[in-house]
Design a protein around this ligand. Structure first.
Ligand code: NAG
Ligand code: NAG
Ligand code: NAG
Ligand code: NAG
Ligand code: NAG
Ligand code: NAG
Ligand code: NAG
Ligand code: NAG
Length: 642
């Protein structure tokens, strides 16, 4: 296709509109945001007398990373992370409490006054509890749970903890679910017996890996200031150049857990997640005698393990999914599992897990979606809870805590700005290193500190998890990350010359570039647009759709921004262009490589506007981004349209 005259005019017009837009955006930013200072300074606890450190890291307020191999500007100061409007919502108050009286006994406590507030009419009521377990019949995507009969209890009743997940119902006839006034769900750790009694490894280092979805480092600093200040005060390590390696959650989380690339995982993890379980790092820890746990909230998300068939067989010693299967509900900006936000269930359970196995060895992996995945969510609502959580962790001196994300904000109005190129690519990554470790492995700790100012990736983190296991138990044989076989752990210094290519980061996701604006009328930009848009148009015309529906023909509506960079590794020029197509105002960000006179689009070209709900007529959900549905005129018969 050729760009029509109208399109060219549109290009010009959009440039003008965009200029006005930028002007407005930047003038709306409150002064205090524009010149945020100090906050980004990284303080080293021990003075590092590395010669290279002073030579190679010249990062300042204006630059996140400035090594010969990777330059990342401090885009953070240019973005405003406006939080969603506060839609009043809360899950509680909780009126029935469950506490442990011993490892396997629990007590029910009823707060009468609070329960009274749920009693709208004056009907009599009683309460009963049920244990929840996974259905013994394996189900695809692991969605089935079973409930034990409902047993009546009163304030102070003590019972044996049979299953970890418990539900409570109060009402006129709660066991028959008649006129319920109150429902709640709980998860209590049921300690597993130490199989090799008295044989727990004294030299072992434990790991708590806590993730929070869609949190760039910049967003963390903006929206969770209490947590960030807490980290700084206590000397957590803060990795400024942690670059993602795939599009959405699954590839970026799985690269931490397996060291593999998405292309490889597709085959391995099919037809369900148990098929690739042996490649997951928690399994290696489990095999070495560590207790393992896994929990993730907001189960209806499209891009987590669920989408890959789930785990038919429970993969870890402790597993939170059955709790959330008792029913998650969105309320305001938060997601509740009965009377407690799902994420707080996770924090409470993680805390119990650490407490329970404090004298043994463990590896816990927990992932929180519900406070940050969507733009309606507000990370700030979890900020103080996180500080509280970290502060009260029952830590001995042998636990590494890793607080990490998968990527930054991928869609929404913020993506119209050039700075969001970095935002999407640079997830947060913090580590708490136990004091004893710092003392015993001075060199390793020094390197961990140095690498805060180097280009790092999920593959490095994977290698690091291996090495923590190796240090804990020398008989373990390490497997190098398949996607980056020469990548070492973060206990080794990363070269300042390291480039994205060295770190196995695809060109498409590399954040190590200095983007400079290019006129949207530039010939290369024009040709790049033509190339990309014709690809998208072609793609959209080949999408499989439901009966009597088809994808509308896309046309360029407006160019949002156009930039270029030169890659010093090959001296080629790349164009980064964001644009909207109509109908539907679907936005994309494309990167096009110029090689001599040939232009090549770096795949995938992904949407920067919200998951396209106008594309609901597609057969494969993934195609939604490339379709705006319309009816086929005069189509009444049942036949498949192309
Ligand atoms: C560490 O560095 C600070 C600031 O550069 C300096 O004041 C302090 O004396 C140094 N401490 C040691 C132990 O070298
Ligand atoms: C960093 O700054 C030092 C001192 O100002 C300078 O000598 C060095 O060349 C700079 N390094 C880089 C990579 O720019
Ligand atoms: C509620 O319980 C009390 C005491 O058991 C009983 O006297 C009363 O009749 C009950 N009320 C109703 C409406 O069932
Ligand atoms: C080390 O790991 C092996 C399994 O690879 C296990 O058999 C052994 O008990 C572990 N050693 C200790 C001290 O935990
Ligand atoms: C951890 O180690 C530090 C320094 O060695 C010590 O002061 C502290 O009491 C230890 N804490 C625990 C929980 O063992
Ligand atoms: C258009 O898409 C089809 C199916 O995806 C593909 O086979 C074909 O090569 C594409 N054509 C062009 C010109 O990109
Ligand atoms: C890139 O260009 C510079 C200067 O034009 C040259 O010195 C350098 O060798 C080139 N690098 C490559 C990889 O071609
Ligand atoms: C309760 C629940 O599952 N909430 C959200 C989880 O994530 C999906 C996808 O982003 C939302 O559509 C749900 O509303």
């Amino acid at each position: 296709m050729r760009l029509s005259k109208t399109t060219t005019t549109a290009l010009l017009a959009s440039w003008i509109i965009l200029s006005i837009y930028y002007y407005n955006i930047f003038n709306l930013i409150p002064f205090s945001y524009k010149f945020k200072t100090k906050f980004y300074d990284v303080q080293l606890i021990n003075n590092v007398s590395s010669h290279q450190y002073t030579n190679f890291d010249n990062s300042t307020e204006d630059v996140l990373l400035n090594t010969p191999g990777c330059y990342i500007p401090n885009y953070e100061s240019k973005l405003v992370f406006k939080e969603a409007i506060n839609y009043k919502g809360n899950c509680g108050p909780r009126a029935v409490f469950i506490e442990k009286v011993s490892d396997d006994k629990i007590v029910f406590l009823i707060n009468k006054a609070k329960l009274e507030s749920y009693r709208k009419n004056k009907q009599n009521f009683s309460c009963c509890y049920q244990f929840v377990s996974r259905s013994t019949v394996p189900t695809f995507r692991d969605v089935r749970i079973t409930y034990s009969p409902c047993i009546l209890f009163s304030d102070g009743t003590i019972t044996t903890l049979k299953e970890e997940v418990i539900t409570v119902t109060c009402g006129l006839k709660p066991d028959k679910k008649v006129k319920n006034i109150y429902e709640d769900a709980y998860m209590m750790i049921k300690k597993k017996k130490n199989t090799n009694e008295g044989n727990s490894n004294e030299n072992a280092w434990n790991v708590l890996l806590l993730g929070m979805d869609t949190m760039s480092r910049a967003r963390a600093y903006y929206n969770m200031p209490f947590t960030m200040r807490y980290f700084q005060k206590l000397g957590w390590l803060d990795y400024r150049g942690y670059n993602k390696v795939g599009f959405n959650t699954f590839p970026n989380v799985m690269s931490i857990l397996t060291g593999k690339k998405l292309e490889k995982l597709y085959g391995l993890c099919s037809p369900n997640m148990n098929h690739c379980e042996d490649h997951i790092i928690w399994k290696k820890y489990k095999n070495a005698g560590f207790r393992t746990a896994f929990g993730e909230d907001n189960l209806s998300l499209p891009d987590t393990f669920y989408n890959y068939g789930g785990f038919e067989i429970i993969p870890t010693d402790h597993y939170m999914r059955p709790l959330f299967l008792t029913g998650e509900k969105a309320r305001g900006n938060i997601i509740c599992t009965k009377k407690i936000p799902s994420a707080k269930h996770i924090l409470q359970y993680a805390s119990q897990f650490l407490d329970t196995y404090n004298d043994e060895n463990f590896f816990g992996f927990f992932w929180i979606n519900s406070y940050s995945h969507n733009l309606i969510h507000k990370p700030s609502l979890l900020d103080k809870d996180l500080v509280n959580f970290f502060e009260n962790l029952p830590l001995s001196n042998n636990t590494f805590i890793i607080f990490v994300s998968d990527h930054g904000i991928r869609y929404g109005k913020m993506r119209y700005l050039m700075e969001s190129y970095y935002e999407e690519r640079l997830p947060m990554f913090f580590i708490w290193v136990p004091y004893d470790f710092r003392e015993r492995y001075k060199e390793k700790y020094k390197n961990l500190q140095l690498n805060q100012h180097r280009l790092t990736t999920p593959y490095d983190l994977h290698a690091t998890l291996w090495e923590i296991l190796k240090i804990s138990n020398d008989s373990i044989d390490i497997t190098v990350p398949e996607a980056c076989p020469h990548c070492t752990s973060l206990f080794k210094e990363k070269s300042p010359y390291r480039t994205c290519a060295d770190a196995a980061i695809d060109k498409k996701w590399c954040g190590c570039h200095k983007l400079v604006p290019v006129d949207t009328k530039d010939t290369d930009v024009f040709n790049s647009l033509q190339l990309t848009i014709s690809h998208i148009q072609n793609k959209s015309q080949h999408v499989e759709t439901k009966n009597c529906m088809k994808c509308s023909e896309f046309k360029l509506k407006t160019v949002l921004r156009s930039h270029s960079y030169v890659d010093s590794a090959n001296n080629k020029t790349y164009y980064v262009i964001a644009f909207l197509l109509s109908p539907g105002d679907v936005g994309y960000e494309a990167t096009v490589e110029k090689d001599g006179n040939t232009l090549k689009e770096l795949q995938p070209t992904t949407t920067i506007t919200k998951y396209n709900t106008k594309g609901n007529c597609v057969v494969k959900t993934f195609d939604r981004s490339y379709c705006v549905c319309e009816r086929v005129p005069k189509c009444f018969k049942k036949h498949k349209t192309k």
